[in-house]
Design a protein around this ligand. Structure first.
Ligand SMILES: Cc1cc2nc3c(=O)[nH]c(=O)nc-3n(C[C@H](O)[C@H](O)[C@H](O)COP(=O)(O)O)c2cc1C
Length: 336
């Protein structure tokens, strides 16, 4: 009997296919559909600290705490008096999803101040989440801010959230760090239970007709998976935290690659937004077929088999491969 189960964030999941934070998980009905299609767990859309109900005083205090980006981002959100609704609606979604769905529900939080992260993490815990994903998406635009303090802030944040809740904590990272392996180790030591690689970086586009800068959200392409595979393969075995892949997972083969790199789970969104939730059931069926045909007995058996420490020649993960890759390109098509 083939065993598709996998452990993630202390949860025993029926398979390694998760739906990551997105509008797909913003209603209980959708979550039930995803469960029916085979999702082993879902991550709710992120709640942003700016949406939270903060007491007037603490709101002022937080804004003046030097978090310029927090004050700036307030302009994108509804008026302060509407925040309560955002928070209640979110906790309500979590609560009802937990009552009606049979799969684990992971909440997602994007904070802006240390106080905000911790405050809402506690509320999420009380509302019954199985785990919490910290969506650490932020953009440092101030040239006076060096990378060291930014990374230290992230590590401190994880430590604080861990100290203040019993929830298993996943940290969703961006790939844009100078020494990612070191940051991963620090987050691991701070208590992160999982690292989720990677959030996508949404770049605005330029509209030349309007001479304006416009937001742009394009769905991912399968090629984006490679960056994730690369880093999971490097980190596998070097951190205690579980590894999760998000970004570019569009097929059962992508899920298999993520696991062979060393991930506990693979998350998908763009594929389902583009082609419908039923793709999940197809991916799951193809996953089972592949595993059967290749005579594996379990997901655990294949995990990490193509990680940096497992392959006989790890050079494709390292600098030497850069030169090799560049020189492997031939001009045949253009020359002929
Ligand atoms: C419309 C949309 C909304 C998203 N909202 C969130 C969010 O609220 N929080 C978050 O952490 N990630 C969010 N994401 C990112 C996804 O969770 C996921 O990490 C990313 O899309 C890469 O996976 P994919 O290649 O399968 O799409 C969103 C993605 C999309 C397309």
């Amino acid at each position: 009997m083939m065993d598709l189960t996998t452990d993630y964030l202390g949860l025993k999941l029926k398979n390694p296919l998760l739906v990551s934070s997105s509008p797909l998980t913003e209603s209980v009905e959708n979550i039930l559909r995803l469960e029916e299609a085979g999702a082993a767990a879902v991550v709710l859309p992120s709640i942003f600290e700016e949406q939270l109900s903060l007491e007037g005083n603490s709101l002022d205090r937080d804004i003046t705490r030097g978090t310029e980006s927090f004050a700036e981002s307030l302009s994108y959100f509804p008026a302060y008096e509407d925040y309560r609704q955002g928070q209640d609606a979110y906790l309500g979604l979590l609560h009802h999803a937990k009552i009606r769905a049979g799969i684990p529900v992971i909440a997602s939080l994007n904070g802006a101040t240390a106080g905000g992260w911790v405050r809402f993490a506690k509320e999420i815990e009380q509302a019954g989440a199985d785990a919490l994903e910290l969506n650490t998406y932020s953009l440092v635009t101030d040239p006076a801010v060096a990378s060291g303090p930014v990374e230290q802030g992230l590590v401190d944040l994880v430590r604080q959230v861990k100290q203040n809740t019993k929830l298993p904590i996943a940290v969703k990272l961006s790939p844009h760090y100078t020494s990612l392996a070191n940051l991963a180790r620090q987050l691991d030591e701070a208590g992160a239970d999982a690292l989720v690689l990677f959030n996508r970086f949404y770049q605005p586009d330029f509209d030349l007709d309007q001479m304006d800068v416009v937001p742009r959200l394009a769905l991912s392409r399968p090629e984006e998976l490679l960056l994730r595979l690369h880093w999971v393969a490097i980190l596998y075995g070097n951190v205690r935290a579980s590894l999760a892949v998000t970004g570019g997972v569009h097929s059962a083969h992508d899920v298999l690659k993520a696991i062979m790199a060393g991930a506990q789970v693979a998350m998908t969104v763009s594929e389902l937004l583009a082609r419908g939730v039923d793709r999940l059931a197809i991916m799951r069926a193809e996953l089972m077929r592949w595993i059967e045909e290749h005579e594996y007995e379990s997901i655990d058996q294949m995990r990490g088999s193509l990680s940096r420490r497992s392959v006989p020649d790890p050079s494709p993960f390292e600098r030497g491969n850069y030169i090799k890759t560049l020189s492997s390109y031939t001009l045949r098509a253009t020359v002929e």
